[in-house]
Design a binder for this molecule. Structure first.
Ligand SMILES: C[S@@+](CC[C@H](N)C(=O)[O-])C[C@H]1O[C@@H](n2cnc3c(N)ncnc32)[C@H](O)[C@@H]1O
Length: 328
């Protein structure tokens, strides 16, 4: 079969418009968490790409055949993966030529700039790492819509922990099914950063954790604390304490993923029938554990009978976020 024409750069006429879907390049670049570069290189290699230049939070690679927007692989640990256009160094010009709705930039100093993208938008990203790298991707559900995949959210003072970010960032990437008045079961809720985010969105929260909650969270009328390990919670207790059918399960326990999933089995069984979605923060501790991710995901999928998506959020250190939803 004849390979498609390689168009790594738009035509020379400044007014010429290029169909973004016709762009072809064997090169890609990925943006990731500092420290996750090796995991991204492994993911790229699994898709048949050969990693080349890397810097902190940045990995480039080359495919054997030219790729297009439609054939860019989906990676868990790259918060942004772009078709990299080798001969292009002016992102503004490229954005005009491919009629990109947004142009995202990250200077060497690291701060991303640009407006959030909507699903279906063609996005041009310029990243400066020694020189400018200019790439293109198409926005889709399950991918951060923020410049360079990082909304740069700041933890508000009323949140008792940084974990507030884990919920707010996840809600910008995934269609987390939570509406005002819903009941959420949160396992591993102390001291209450994520609880703060849930309460601020109008949820009733049943929080399970043997550790103490921040007094500001305990004072909230829509919060109930079940102060024990999830392992010791009788399924009937959850149904008694919850003010209405449980719609969302949130899990953020400091246990290795296999133990975490065992610990919540009974609670998950109690709420599965009414759930619309679940959000798990899985602690890796060691990136070598990533090899087990497919097992953890299929365990969650069997436990909840929902498909999953996984990503690493900007606030995730050596951990990742798995989202399950009935709408998935
Ligand atoms: C990272 S902290 C949670 C932070 C919290 N999500 C927040 O937003 O502030 C991990 C928590 O998991 C809790 N934990 C560990 N094992 C647990 C279990 N079996 N059941 C419930 N909570 C557990 C710990 O007590 C600890 O408070």
């Amino acid at each position: 079969m004849t390979p498609p024409p390689v168009a790594t750069s738009p035509p020379s006429s400044p007014s010429a418009v290029v169909d973004a879907d016709a762009l072809r390049s064997p090169f890609v670049f990925a943006l990731c968490q500092p420290g996750a570069e090796a995991v991204v290189r492994d993911e790229l290699a699994q898709h048949g790409l050969s990693p080349s230049f890397s810097a902190t939070g940045f990995v480039t690679a080359k495919a054997r055949e030219p790729l297009s927007l439609a054939t860019l692989p989906r990676l868990v640990f790259a918060r942004r993966l772009c078709l990299s256009l080798a001969d292009v160094d002016d992102g503004e010009l490229l954005a005009a030529r491919v009629r990109a709705r947004v142009h995202h930039e990250q200077a060497a100093s690291g701060e991303p700039r640009g407006a959030p993208a909507d699903d279906g938008d063609v996005v041009v990203t310029t990243v400066v790492r020694g020189r400018p790298f200019v790439g293109v991707h198409r926005q889709r559900p399950g991918l951060s819509r923020d410049p360079c995949g990082d909304a740069q959210l700041v933890v508000p003072e009323r949140a008792p922990s940084r974990a507030w970010l884990k919920f707010e960032e996840a809600a910008r990437v995934f269609a987390v099914p939570l509406v005002e008045g819903d009941t959420v079961v949160e396992i591993g809720c102390a001291p209450g950063g994520m609880t703060r985010a849930l309460l601020d969105r109008g949820a009733h929260v049943v929080g399970i954790d043997r550790n103490a909650m921040d007094p500001r969270i305990l004072a909230e009328p829509r919060f109930r604390h079940v102060q024990t390990s999830a392992r010791h919670v009788e399924p009937s207790l959850v149904r008694t304490v919850a003010p209405s059918p449980v719609r969302l399960l949130v899990v953020d326990v400091n246990l290795p993923p296999r133990s975490a999933l065992s610990a919540l089995n009974a609670v998950a069984g109690a709420v599965r029938g009414t759930l619309r979605g679940a959000l798990f923060t899985l602690k890796l501790g060691d990136y070598r554990l990533v090899a087990e991710l497919p097992q953890w995901r299929s365990r969650i999928e069997r436990m909840l009978r929902m498909p999953t998506q996984a990503t690493q959020l900007p606030s995730n250190r050596q951990e990742l976020t798995v989202f399950a939803t009935v709408d998935g």
